[in-house]
Design a protein around this ligand. Structure first.
Ligand code: PMP
Length: 362
């Protein structure tokens, strides 16, 4: 098999060791005679898989005891409705949700939340074409907002917010970390809720991780579907309805892999090195261009444009011939994008850098 490097934004590359272990255990998990896919979610085998995954994720992110980890379904987009339905009830029918609009995904969150509550866009990076966000002194925050929502890594725009915002006392911060969860250390205690679809840094599509502080559970609006009421999910160890069992199993293997690699701190250092290598090649001259302000450049999703866009097809064809896959940018913004999640080895980034230099005739 030829070596390929998959730069897809998601579903995305997974650690080879994880896929090999899953393959070895496919027909017979630990002598059970069954595939994980065939197990009852209520049986002792799957319960042990679930609890190990929960425990390992808690350890990796140092999740405090007063937070619950929920393995849900529906993806990041469903959370744009599920979170308002669960959180605004705490503040009553006139509650306002504050948003920071930093790119495409926070924009989608704003439009969906507006169906359930008043929304206030406290700051937007739109005027700067989503190359960063206005400085915090310019944010117009609501003093008693139900919560402040931000997307800490915009997968399409390549904008990463690496600080925890200052918010009025008592306002929970809700963060969509879909595309950079577990790539860097975070202080979970500074957030009310963190969520993310699994298909980038956690595992296969179909699992949605929610980390939520205890006091934010139990306020669901009557309209909230019971399977998405955090109270029901938390009280039933994510098994109020049948959870995405196989996805949780693979996520658990990824968590074990992360621990073997030295945990999030070790991965963060690797991610810094990988991103530095790639940005340096893009910045070497004006053949390529990443337009994001340096302070907001994502370590995970790196969009770039060729100076002469008539070369786009040739660039992609040459990349494919070298086993460098899925580099085409999101259709809404065009250009190219390299997603370099935890499971992308530095060798993959180096292979891309070599090709960037070759194609630019350097
Ligand atoms: N938020 C972010 C930051 C994302 O990158 C994505 C998916 N690319 C979503 C939300 C939507 O996730 P899903 O497709 O799982 O609903």
């Amino acid at each position: 098999m030829t070596t390929v490097y998959n730069f897809s934004a998601g579903p995305a590359v997974l650690p080879k060791e994880v896929l090999q272990q899953a393959a070895a255990e496919m027909l017979d998990w630990h002598g059970s005679g069954m595939s994980v896919m065939e197990m009852s979610h209520r049986g002792p085998e799957f319960i042990s898989i679930y609890r190990a995954a929960e425990r390992d994720l808690r350890e990796l992110l140092a999740v405090p005891d007063n937070y619950r980890i929920l393995f849900m379904q529906g993806g990041g987009l469903s959370m744009n409705a599920v979170i308002p339905m669960n959180l605004v009830g705490r503040k009553g029918p006139d509650a306002t949700i504050d948003f920071i609009e930093s790119g495409s995904w926070s924009g989608k969150s704003i439009r969906e939340a507006a169906r359930y509550a008043k929304v206030n866009v406290a700051a937007s990076g739109q005027a700067g074409k989503f190359t960063g966000v206005p400085s915090q002194s310019e944010w117009r925050l609501t003093p008693d907002a139900a919560y402040l929502h931000l997307c800490t890594n915009e997968t399409i725009d390549g904008v990463e917010i690496d600080f925890v915002p200052d918010v009025p006392a008592g306002v929970p911060v809700v963060a969509d970390m879909s595309s950079h969860i577990l790539s860097r250390q975070v202080d979970v205690s500074k957030y009310g809720l963190i969520f993310g679809g699994a298909q980038k840094n956690i595992g296969p599509a179909g699992v949605t991780v929610v980390i939520v502080r205890d006091d934010l559970i139990g306020h669901a609006l009557p309209v909230c579907p019971s399977a998405f009421d955090f109270r029901n999910v938390a009280d039933n160890e994510s098994m109020y309805n049948t959870p995405p069992t196989y996805g949780i199993y693979i996520a658990g293997l990824v968590f074990q892999w992360l621990k073997q690699q030295g945990g999030v701190a070790a991965l963060e250092q690797r991610n810094i090195d990988k991103a530095r290598l790639l940005y340096a090649a893009l910045d070497a001259d004006d053949f390529y261009q990443n337009r994001v302000a340096p302070a907001y450049r994502s370590r995970m999703n790196i969009p770039f444009y060729l100076r002469d866009e008539s070369n786009n097809e040739a660039f992609l064809a040459g990349a494919k011939a070298r086993g460098l896959l899925q580099l085409k940018g999101h259709k809404s913004v065009g250009g190219m994008r390299a997603s370099i999640y935890n499971a992308m080895p530095i060798e993959g980034v180096q292979a891309l850098v070599d090709y960037l230099n070759e194609f630019a005739g350097r």
